[in-house]
Design a protein around this ligand. Structure first.
Ligand code: DX5
Ligand code: ZN
Length: 217
């Protein structure tokens, strides 16, 4: 069964505690937390203080997705805020290998995210150092966008690369994940599904999470 990571970007921020409890009481596995700086992506979301508050209530893994330039400046801050998984963008990292080592040295799992235009082949020489690859299936910056179909091929290629390398890097998919495409993504090799709009715009988010959890069965 896939790991389900509701994206809190789509939560109701006036009722954030309620939405965190909903995820706590659902079959979801992780909290997906999108940090945007208005430079790497054309939007600004939330940062360490909000995540530190959420951590007080959240009972599941904190999966932090950094959509920021110079992410390495903030690794320690996000560790202190409560991140369990810290993912940086390939496109924002000049020294990706060093970043993976630094994140892991702080006791977090280290992830790399790829924008839709970035081929998975760029990770060939570093895949064994990465705990998680986050395949963007929309252009990062906003929730509720349409799924980019090419992401399915990227998942298959990445899965083959991981198998060949003999490592256990997880594949996570982010953007436009729905109850309709979740099964295809799991079949292609996705281990974790991020879902914002699909979960939080549904009339029964707990039931939607339960259905996502059944994807690929
Ligand atoms: C987009 C974010 C996503 C977003 C997903 O930049 O990385 O995590 O919240 O939202 P949906 O599932 O609505 O596409
Ligand atoms: Zn994300």
């Amino acid at each position: 069964m896939p790991i389900i990571a509701p994206s809190m970007l789509s939560a109701d921020f006036l009722n954030l505690g309620r939405d965190i409890e909903m995820v706590n009481n659902s079959e979801a596995d992780w909290f997906h937390l999108d940090v945007m700086d208005g430079r790497f992506v054309p939007n600004i979301s939330y940062g360490m203080p909000i995540i530190a508050q959420m951590k007080k209530l959240a009972k599941k893994t904190m999966d932090v997705h950094l959509m920021v330039v110079e992410p390495e400046k903030y690794f320690e801050d996000f560790k202190k805020a409560g991140a369990d998984i810290l993912t940086v963008h390939y496109e924002a990292s000049t020294h990706l290998h060093r970043s993976m080592q630094a994140i892991k040295a702080l006791g977090m799992k280290a992830g790399v995210s790829l924008n839709p235009h970035t081929p998975v082949s760029v990770l060939e020489d570093i895949i064994t150092e990465i705990d998680l690859v986050l395949i963007m299936s929309v252009n990062p910056g906003f929730g509720g966008q349409k799924f980019i179909q090419q992401a399915v091929n990227k998942i298959s290629k990445l899965k083959a690369m991981i198998n060949e390398a003999g490592c256990n890097t997880l594949i996570e998919v982010d953007g436009g994940v729905t109850l309709d495409n979740a099964g295809t993504l799991v079949a292609a090799g996705a281990d974790a599904l991020v879902a914002g709009n699909t979960v939080f715009s549904s009339p029964d988010p707990v039931d939607t999470i339960k259905k996502l959890k059944q994807a690929g069965k």
